[in-house]
Design a protein. Structure first.
Length: 262
């Protein structure tokens, strides 16, 4: 039995992963942006091992989420599921000086990775759109460029994939992977999304708690439990190091070295 924390687990793929893991007998800690969002969880909240409340667009609230989860106990796995897409209205408004899309999709998983007690497994949600991402690492907040939602989202998902692989490299005692869930009919994906919604959460739940050898991988990019082509720059160690330095600059928080105790 694993203890798994899932960000953004009040709806969509996060909620589906939570239900699957709970039904399989695992302990799940949920996350909601607010108490109002948490109030709609119903039976799944009663069946969960706990819930952390905080808006991941805020660095302060994200760090509070990390503390809340650590107060519950060390997680065996964390699924960084929360994210917003380029269609959503909050995409360009800023909190703490950072665009919502960057803050939620990239800075929040980075901060949680840095500040939570190190789990055995980490899963970061990326997207097939990462292949259109810009690897320049310039103007991540889109303050110097006209807003382009599609490009900003693609960039964020490239950074998520690179972060997952960087953590796998720097934390060899942790299995860290990125997942492409497919273009599925969630609030983010839209009603016309063509991929199988029933499969959208399966790989991340399997990576978080699966005990078969195929789930014991690290430093991989997967789609429906199978390795999938990733933009090569995401595996480039110089790019990963530059990304970590930029995230440190933006947040003021450094990724701990593996020699620090979990």
């Amino acid at each position: 039995m694993a203890r798994v924390f899932i960000t953004g687990s009040t709806d969509g793929l996060g909620l589906a992963a939570a239900r699957t893991l709970i039904e399989d007998g695992h302990d799940v800690v949920l996350h909601a942006r607010s108490e109002a969002r948490a109030a709609h969880l119903g039976d799944i909240r009663r069946r969960a091992s706990g819930i952390a409340i905080g808006d991941l667009s805020s660095a302060e609230e994200t760090l509070s989420v990390a503390e809340q989860v650590d107060d519950i106990g060390r997680m065996d796995a964390v699924i960084h599921n929360a994210g917003i897409g380029y269609r959503e209205p909050r995409r360009i408004a800023t909190v703490d000086g950072h665009a919502h899309l960057l803050a939620i999709n990239v800075l929040a998983p980075y901060l949680l990775t840095c500040r939570m007690r190190r789990p055995d497994r980490l899963v970061y949600l990326s997207s097939g759109m990462h292949r259109g991402g810009d690897s320049s690492l310039t103007d991540l907040d889109w303050t110097a460029r006209p807003w382009n939602g599609t490009q900003a989202y693609s960039d964020s998902k490239l950074l998520d994939a690179a972060l997952a692989l960087a953590v796998a490299r720097l934390w060899p005692d942790v299995r860290s992977n990125a997942v492409e869930p497919g273009w599925v009919a969630t609030k983010m994906g839209g009603s016309s999304a063509p991929d199988d919604l029933a499969q959208g959460h399966v790989t991340q739940a399997w990576l978080a708690a699966g005990d078969d050898p195929a789930a014991q991988v690290t430093g991989e990019y997967l789609y429906h439990r199978q390795p999938r082509r990733i933009l090569p720059i995401a595996r480039d160690t110089a790019f990963q190091d530059a990304l970590l330095e930029e995230l440190r600059r933006l947040t003021g928080v450094s990724l701990p070295r593996v020699t620090q105790p979990a």
